[in-house]
Design a protein around this ligand. Structure first.
Ligand code: URA
Length: 190
């Protein structure tokens, strides 16, 4: 049986594999189910927990702005998180929580099949490359497989707390837009 994203969403509602489910609401990813590009954050925050949707709070507003700068709407891309529940008081997710929630992210990636994955911040980057630091790797495309490139970028919330990172995010999104365009022109002609 082939599982779909809406079916995954339903299954997550009754899943009890991560203790965070006792204090928070499940938040799966959302967006274009066939998106070429997928953004992955850390974990839902307060607004995301309340509305059951990823990146709808202040960091999400900034992400929307960054997407618009490279010509995308939210509905063009797929947006998700490593951890599917808000950690209490927005603390960092633990390694255990990340490992418990990992199968959901893997299923989302397998269903959407993005060509470019953008980990937003160190937690999402760690899912793909445990040894890379976001400080060193941001803005630099990394080949994951023949079909998939990982393009790490700082988490948009980091720029809301640290003004110096804002320019870095703007620069990295510009580089991401250029990278996506260069991939289009490299596509084989029939
Ligand atoms: N920060 C995240 O990492 N994910 C969200 O969904 C919102 C804020």
């Amino acid at each position: 049986m082939v599982i779909t994203l809406p079916a995954l969403q339903e299954k997550l509602k009754t899943w009890k594999g991560c203790p965070l489910h006792t204090s928070a609401n499940p938040v799966l990813g959302e967006g274009n189910p066939h998106a070429r590009i997928m953004f992955i954050g850390e974990a839902p925050g307060e607004q995301e927990d309340r509305l059951g949707r990823p990146f709808v709070g202040p960091a999400g507003k900034f992400l929307d702005e960054l997407l618009a700068r490279i010509g995308f709407k939210r509905s063009d891309v797929y947006i998700s998180n490593v951890v599917k529940y808000r950690p209490p008081a927005n603390r960092d997710p633990t390694d255990e929580e990340k490992a418990q929630c990992e199968p959901w992210l893997k299923m989302e990636i397998a269903l959407v099949k993005p060509a470019v994955i953008v980990p937003l911040g160190r937690h999402a980057l760690g899912h793909f490359f445990a040894k890379l630091s976001i400080t060193a790797a941001h803005g630099k495309p990394q080949k994951l497989t023949d079909m998939v490139t990982v393009f790490p970028i700082y988490h948009p919330a980091a720029a809301l707390h640290n003004g110096n990172l804002r320019q870095s995010l703007l620069d990295d999104f510009k580089a991401l837009g250029e990278f996506l365009k260069s991939q289009e022109t490299q596509a084989p002609t029939p």
